[in-house]
Design a protein around this ligand. Structure first.
Ligand code: NAX
Length: 327
């Protein structure tokens, strides 16, 4: 029997948490022979903690053979203690009339605190995946507090955007989803993100040739992927939850699977025209179960460059809003 992996999850009683925890406990994230201990962290709000109790009861009722323990807490220093993975899902939602700068600052406070605590108490091999929005900048903020854990351990999720793009390309080409490969998301998890269709392949052929409709690729395709979150809210009356949880399972699973090629928001290091100190979606190859490298060398045409410039501008602006907090 392997040693259990400790997985800390913030926002555990939220919508995404409710889809996510059962997948982790069933083995979907770390594999069918890897036991896990769930360390569930909620905001110190009575209603949230009560809801968390209910979620933990349901986890018990699933009798998952791989689930070796559940911690429920509002204290991050207990929740992140010895965690091997820290999944930062909880965040303050944007309220009516709230400015983006205020949202960034309010979440900044949460992610500064969590970054410091993770750095102090999580396991030596701890890795962090941020989902709570604005995910890229929240990830940058948390990473800015780390003295012990290196920046590459902090990633933000753009996998939902990749999955959405893959699905849209498959539908348009009328092929099975698995025929679509190498569709990567560059930049921010926001409508400015860029799904780089020019490098995607469909059945081994360039997607641009198979689809043969640049107007659709540059227009409706990019827009549909970028605004899919809003479309889900309009249709469902609530934001994406099951698909977001599924994408986080994919994000982590791919990061622990050597050879996996996928989109991850990482510290940009100045690649592909991004500012060096923003967290931007990039193509990544997992090298070992604990490390990855950014895939370099994809050529960007004028259209791609303009899209990357726009999403980079937004990331730089977001960083400017919180500059005083992370300096
Ligand atoms: P919910 O509002 O249902 O749940 C969030 C939970 O986080 C709540 O239970 C709340 O009490 C908790 N929370 C708030 N502050 C906390 C703190 N400091 N510590 C611990 N828990 C805290 O939101 P949900 O639909 O689950 O979405 C969670 C986050 O994911 C949101 O920020 C949302 O915008 C973001 N998303 C990100 C996506 C991505 O692709 N990166 C896609 C889906 C989703 O929109």
């Amino acid at each position: 029997m392997k040693t259990p992996i400790r997985v800390a999850v913030t926002g555990a009683a939220g919508q995404i948490g409710y889809s996510l925890l059962f997948r982790i406990a069933s083995g979907a994230m770390f594999g069918p022979d890897q036991p896990v201990i769930l360390q569930l962290i909620e905001a110190p709000i009575e209603k949230a903690l009560k809801a968390l109790e209910g979620v933990a009861m349901e986890l018990d009722d699933c009798a998952f053979p791989l689930l070796k323990g559940i911690i429920q807490t509002a204290d991050a220093s207990i929740g992140f203690k010895d965690a091997n993975w820290c999944l930062l899902v909880g965040a303050k939602p944007r309220g009516p009339g709230m400015e983006r700068a205020d949202l960034l600052k309010d979440n900044g406070k949460i992610f500064i605190g969590q970054g410091q605590i993770i750095d102090a108490v999580a396991a030596a091999d701890a890795r962090i995946a941020v989902v709570g929005n604005p995910a890229n900048t929240n990830c940058m903020i948390a990473a800015s507090q780390a003295k012990r854990l290196p920046a590459e351990r902090f990633t933000a999720m753009v996998r939902l955007d990749q999955n959405r793009a893959q699905s849209q390309l498959a539908k348009k080409a009328g092929v099975d989803l698995t025929a679509v490969q190498d569709i990567f998301i560059y930049g921010n998890h926001s409508p400015t993100m860029f799904p780089a269709f020019a490098h995607a392949t469909i059945g081994g052929q360039p997607a641009t040739k198979v689809i043969n409709d640049d107007t659709w690729l540059q227009g409706p395709f990019c827009e549909t992927v970028g605004k899919r979150g809003a479309a889900i809210i309009a249709a469902r009356g609530a934001s994406s939850a099951a698909s977001a949880a599924n994408a986080l399972v994919d994000h982590v699973r791919s990061l622990v699977t050597p050879g996996a090629i996928h989109s991850v928001a990482v510290k940009s290091q100045g690649l592909y025209g991004f500012d060096a100190n923003v967290w931007a979606g990039m193509p990544v190859r997992t090298t070992t179960a604990g490390s990855y490298e950014v895939i370099t060398g994809y050529a960007m045409d004028a259209f791609a460059q303009s899209k990357i410039a726009a999403t980079n501008k937004e990331l730089v602006e977001e960083r400017a809003f919180v500059a005083d907090m992370i300096a």
